[in-house]
Design a protein around this ligand. Sequence first.
Ligand SMILES: Cc1cc2nc3c(=O)[nH]c(=O)nc-3n(C[C@H](O)[C@H](O)[C@H](O)COP(=O)(O)O)c2cc1C
Length: 365
Amino acid sequence: MKNTFGVSVSVTLFGESHGAEIGAVIDGLAPGIEIDEAFIASQLSLRRPSGRISTQRKESDPFRIVSGVFEGKTTGTPIAIIIPNADQKSKDYAKTRFLVRPGHADYTAYCKYHGFEDYRGGGHFSGRITAALVAAGAVCISALKQKGIFIGTHIARLASISDSPFSADIKSDITALCEKEFALINSSLEEPMKAAVTAAANEGDSVGGILETAVYGMPAGVGEPWFDSVESLLSHALFSIPAVKGIDFSSAFDKIDLKGSEYNDPFCIENGKVVTRTNNNGGINGGITNGMPIIFRLAIKPTPSIYKKQDTVDISSNENATLQIEGRHDPAIIHRARVVVDSVTALTLCDILAQRYGTDWLGGK
Ligand SMILES: Cc1cc2nc3c(=O)[nH]c(=O)nc-3n(C[C@H](O)[C@H](O)[C@H](O)COP(=O)(O)O)c2cc1C
């Protein structure tokens, strides 16, 4: 399924950056889930560009839910959410139509779609399409909250500046992060991080970073042992987010020099429940949740569209060329991508949970 992800709960994405509308269809979600339109709008506002460190494209995202919801609750049939595009400046892209942007999907899209692709603003590959993911994800985030499952992401690193790690009280960290526009555990780093992005933008350049996500409240015993492990499905879905280039669970790449005696998470009983004293396995053993928070980090690359001159090729003449990009772009993606990550995580976990407990479970039946 080319633009669809999920088995029991699936999401299909459609649209192009400079087309009339973008959207998502969620299928298989339980009947009876309350739809909080104000929450969907607030999630969209967290993804929306704002300030000097984002693209200057202005989108108000007046979404419409056109099916699958009746009297404020899901009906169990496909939910289609449509978001109109606005503020396109398509002519910015006409001049450089055949000068493929290094790091972007222009060349690979051309190879796959033979020039029939809508190239304007990255077309179907644009970060703009993630607005539809956020709207769909907001429905799933609300459904998971009803089940005591909470998701939060922070900007763990941006332009070489590192945020504080999650504390022992991950649930409170998640609650605090979800209310922040610039998602840091240590908010005093917001200004230095923004200054570093602005400095790169002033040079016509861009920066990347690391997002770290925690999921609190996942029950133990969910997932499959081999190909559909929780790690596999989350990785599959999260790599769909444009600009994601790496993932590890519970900072595994940093911890890999630990001995087994240090890496293992000792079990103990706390308030009558099996827990682990540490969480180096990120809440997953053998592909199956162990009831501890799921923790993962994503490497978000620097925005490919930069204003510095770059070497490229002209795919119409097959010659070397120089590219001077026009159009409006994010000098950093990470602060906007964080809510996309929460959304994709929620969509994936709803699918995994519905496979384990049945479709109706998320609706409370
Ligand atoms: C929220 C968000 C906003 C983005 N904004 C831009 C942008 O303004 N300019 C750009 O070149 N890429 C932007 N990207 C990244 C590109 O869409 C992405 O790098 C490109 O599609 C190639 O995919 P890949 O990096 O996964 O290989 C954005 C990504 C996200 C998630």
